[in-house]
Design a protein around this ligand. Structure first.
Ligand code: PEP
Ligand code: MN
Length: 339
């Protein structure tokens, strides 16, 4: 429910309304505007029409609006204007299309510095690179772990690019708070609720990837876990879903971009690398993502894709990435954005 207080309503009345919200079994999130305060009362609203009436009778309350969607803080009903998540002063979800680029995995100092330098030259705003890798096989390269995080920090020091890197376990949160700028939750962990709850408590923005078989509603409920914990900086990422099609690694569900934008204020980015699984299809789908309203892209780039320890087949060489960046500028312009 959204409890809209009257313009210029006194502190005491706002406090009393907040307490009533708690008494009725909801969690209050205070949104203090210039003219008035709004209380987002978060909880299950089914069969609670009495709560609405009680709050409407509370002094200082102008109106109470029911939020029909099961996700609350993520919904446009709660916050109609789009959210821009700020990462070290760079906005994701603003006018400019955000491009995050880098290798699937951090493999060595030379590799990550080389790729970071090249993607920066091409105009990327963020560096990606996995240090903890969720691999289908336990015998595949699992990542350099903390050593990988330290190499990412070196690459950030060299290039100034903020780093986006994937977390797998709630027990590693302190490491990611120390080293990363954006914490990525991968497709396989999107419904790891212990992890989502832990990330609700951190200050770092979270890039949340859609799962292989997560519906849009489930995806938004995953984001809700982080928001409800108190972390308002969530970036959603469509990265392809599993379908009957086997010609591509996944089916990039670009429908999700406008559908999500109709339901949530959170920024939405697209991963055409995992979405297709093959470097040739990355550029056309990156352009399509910008055309359908994505706020950004996350793209895998490797200096030697043929030798990559993970996802080489879907990684662009730095020169191909630079060409794509040049081509994307015109798509961004057509979509009323900059790059
Ligand atoms: C990745 O970004 O390298 C990755 C593992 O992505 P996803 O979780 O989307 O598979
Ligand atoms: Mn990858």
């Amino acid at each position: 429910m959204i409890v809209v207080m009257k313009k210029g309503c006194s502190r005491d009345k706002i406090q009393a309304a907040r307490e009533k919200v708690i008494e009725l079994g909801y969690l209050p999130h205070m949104i203090e505007g210039v003219e008035r305060t709004v209380i987002a009362a978060v909880g299950d609203e089914r069969g609670k029409s009495m709560a609405k009436e009680t709050l409407e009778q509370q002094p200082g309350v102008e109106k109470v609006i029911l939020v029909l969607e099961p996700f609350k803080l993520a919904s446009k009903e709660f916050k109609p204007e789009r959210t821009a998540v700020s990462v070290n002063g760079i906005e994701v979800g603003g006018q400019r299309i955000s491009v995050i680029a880098g290798p699937c995995s951090v493999e060595s100092r030379e590799q990550i510095i080389e790729v970071a330098t090249r993607v920066k030259e091409a105009g990327a705003q963020f560096l990606r690179g996995g240090a903890y890798k969720p691999r289908t096989s336990p015998f595949a390269f699992q990542g350099l772990e903390e050593e990988g995080l330290k190499l990412l920090v070196e690459a950030r020091e060299r290039t100034g690019l903020p780093i986006v890197t994937e977390i797998m376990s709630p027990t590693d949160v302190h490491l990611f708070e120390e080293y990363s700028d954006v914490i990525q939750v991968g497709a396989r962990n999107v419904q790891n609720f212990a992890l989502l709850k832990a990330l609700g408590k951190v200050k770092r923005p979270v890039l949340l990837k859609r799962g292989l078989s997560t519906t849009i509603q489930e995806f938004l409920l995953c984001a809700e876990y982080i928001l409800a914990g108190g972390n308002e900086n969530v970036i959603l990422c469509e990265r392809g879903i599993r379908t009957f099609e086997t010609a591509t690694r996944n089916t990039l569900d670009l429908n999700a971009v406008p559908v999500l934008a109709s339901k949530t204020h959170l920024p939405i980015i697209v991963d055409p690398s995992h979405g297709t699984g093959y470097w040739r299809w990355v550029a056309p789908m990156a352009k399509a993502a910008v055309a359908c309203g994505a706020d950004g892209l996350i793209i895998e780039v490797h200096n030697q894709p043929e030798k990559a320890l993970s996802d080489g087949g879907q990684s662009l060489k730095p020169e191909k990435f630079a060409t794509l960046m040049g081509e994307l500028r015109r798509f961004a312009e057509a979509a009323g954005r900059t790059l």
